[in-house]
Design a binder for this molecule. Structure first.
Ligand SMILES: CC(C)(COP(=O)(O)OP(=O)(O)OC[C@H]1O[C@@H](n2cnc3c(N)ncnc32)[C@H](O)[C@@H]1OP(=O)(O)O)[C@@H](O)C(=O)NCCC(=O)NCCS
Length: 104
């Protein structure tokens, strides 16, 4: 919240948080992170509403395109992002490196 309060979006149902997403923008890439909806509230359009609000905020901050990192063997996640209009990027692959335990 202190770093970027606009980035954190929550879905509220009578004071209870039922869904979240973080809409991050580094000035170049815009990414929707940590999308999750409470199991009791799924398949009611909550995630679509969260993503739409994230996209609206990202566009207003200057982003031209949004992305999401999706676990490809999670069928519901893949189905959701496809339903939300996201396409697999053919020329990008995520690279990573573990930093814990590394000496500098
Ligand atoms: C994926 C997740 C966020 C979807 O939230 P949700 O609020 O249920 O999604 P919505 O109701 O907005 O779904 C919109 C559309 O996405 C698709 N969809 C969503 N969940 C789906 C599922 N489990 N199986 C198939 N399609 C699904 C459907 O097309 C759906 O429209 P419909 O209900 O009219 O058929 C939710 O299942 C979740 O929190 N999962 C665990 C965390 C997770 O996987 N997060 C994504 C990380 S990349």
């Amino acid at each position: 919240m202190a770093h970027d309060p606009e980035a954190l979006i929550v879905a509220d149902a009578d004071g209870e948080v039922v869904g979240t997403v973080i809409a991050g923008f580094d000035g170049w890439r815009a990414t929707l992170h940590r999308l999750a909806v409470h199991p009791a509230w799924r398949r009611r359009g909550v995630a679509l509403a969260l993503v739409a609000e994230g996209e609206r905020r990202l566009l207003s901050r200057g982003a031209k395109r949004a992305g999401a990192i999706v676990v490809t063997d999670d069928a519901s996640a893949v189905a959701f992002w496809t339903a939300a209009g996201y396409l697999v990027s053919p020329h990008l692959r995520r690279y990573r490196k573990d930093l814990v335990g590394k000496s500098f």
